[in-house]
Design a protein around this ligand. Sequence first.
Ligand code: HXC
Length: 514
Amino acid sequence: MHDYLTRLREMREKALLGGGQDKISQQHQKGKLTARERLALLLDEGSFQELGALATHDITEFGLDSQRFPGDGVVTGFGRINGRRVAVFAQDFTVLGGSFGTVQSNKICRVQDLAIESGIPLIGLNDSGGARIQEGVRSLAAYGEVFMRNVLASGVIPQISVILGPCAGGAVYSPALMDFVIMTRDTSFMFLTGPEVIKAVTGRDVTVQELGGAEAHSTLSGCTHLVADSEQEAIEEVKVLLSYLPQNNNEDPPRITPYDPPERMDAELDTIIPVEEKEPYDMRRVIEMVFDRDSVLEIHPYFACNAIVGFARLDGYAVGVVGNQPMHLAGSLDIDSSDKISRFTRICDTYNVPIVTFVDTPGFLPGVEQEYGGVIRHGAKIIYGYSAATVPKISIVVRKAIGGAYVAMSSKQLRCDLNFAWPTGQIAVMGPDGAVRILRRKEIKAAKDPVALEREFVQQYREAFFNPYRAADLGQIDEVIEPHETRPRLIRALEVLRTKVQLNPSRKHGLIPS
Ligand code: HXC
């Protein structure tokens, strides 16, 4: 064999080993896979085309000259997932803890640029000790290059970040700028400042997992959208997520071969709303019955549980689903659920995914903390998201649609295309008790039997206002439908709306309340 081929092959073999066999064994002992093992799980067999496998750093200070590893701390390139092209990078913890420096940045930026230009999704597998300390401020500049490209790619190509190990300091901002974040339970963590600094500054003791583990980010901070029990499961979640998304913002999501009859009607829907109006029921069950069997992928399932958002399929087509969840906080809207809903509607609009909204909310959650926390500006995001979205939008008022929440949750006035209601719908400015107390206070006070009169007024209000018929009469609801008809009605409605064209006024960008 020619010498030059031998040399290339030796270098390639060395690159395959990352930081070396010992480091690979340590990685396995921690219950983690290597960057290349992860890519092998993620990509269709034989589809990976690597770029930058031989790149090494050129820094000589702090002994780094003796620690050159071909490929540096990241494996980058292209491949296919279920036949669809994707760009990938996987940080290699076996090389100097996957620490991030100029070479890692150059390699990631290269695939970011090519992904944006080719219009294909970008998937990042994160496992890194953060900025490479030896590279000093060069590593900070290197992060900036990646963040800037994350922003340019935003809304153009799907970006999915999977956290499979440490992700600390400024490193968190690349995942945070991407569309979806997936974390593995127990083996990954994300935080800006770690437990030691927090202890020093605030005196508070907190463990790494309590502070930045998947549990914390999936329930409290909302910084991760999905959690997986293993790396294999996390990678599977990437594939499922991608199946609902187009390659870029100029395409529609792929349709899968329909497997659930479009005319299927579930009689359980007709009785799912309890007779007692304050009794909760599970909106998840409604959603499961309406969409194609087992097609629902909930996003943020453990965060702001008073709202449900996720992808599903109708007759094989991808749709985005939003719903209020009466099982939590009676389905009221608060700061976190406003963020959850508005972010999701914008993702759907960006990627040409129609939005179906199931409404059952008594309104925005009253409370001093909510007001001080900015529920006004957070709630405004829901209105912004629905109003600005030009994808097909359909809503179904299932029970309560009261006050500002009626307007915010995909009302006709926010350019919702078709508004349906079930006969159980209660569309009104406010609930009957409050309304009667305001409007009829004097008469009730003067009555011989104030309780009986109040009851009578409440009944009158219910009949006059607290139903879907007034709104249907006024055209705010297009049709009152029987609950079991929902699936075929939605499928037919989306068939009509598939060719919808709607434009927003030309501008640089809007100013979403934040
Ligand atoms: C250089 C690093 C490194 C780093 C880890 N290593 N982090 N090298 N720069 N940032 C090296 C270690 O020296 C070690 O090398 C190898 O990676 C594995 O690290 P260990 O500590 O042995 O592994 P482990 O016990 O699993 O701990 C992993 C860790 C810890 C939790 C990530 O290494 C750690 O806390 N690292 C520092 C994290 C950090 O503070 N990063 C900077 C954040 S600030 P050897 O040769 O011994 O195997 C930041 C600012 C960016 O990122 C701002 C951008 C805007």
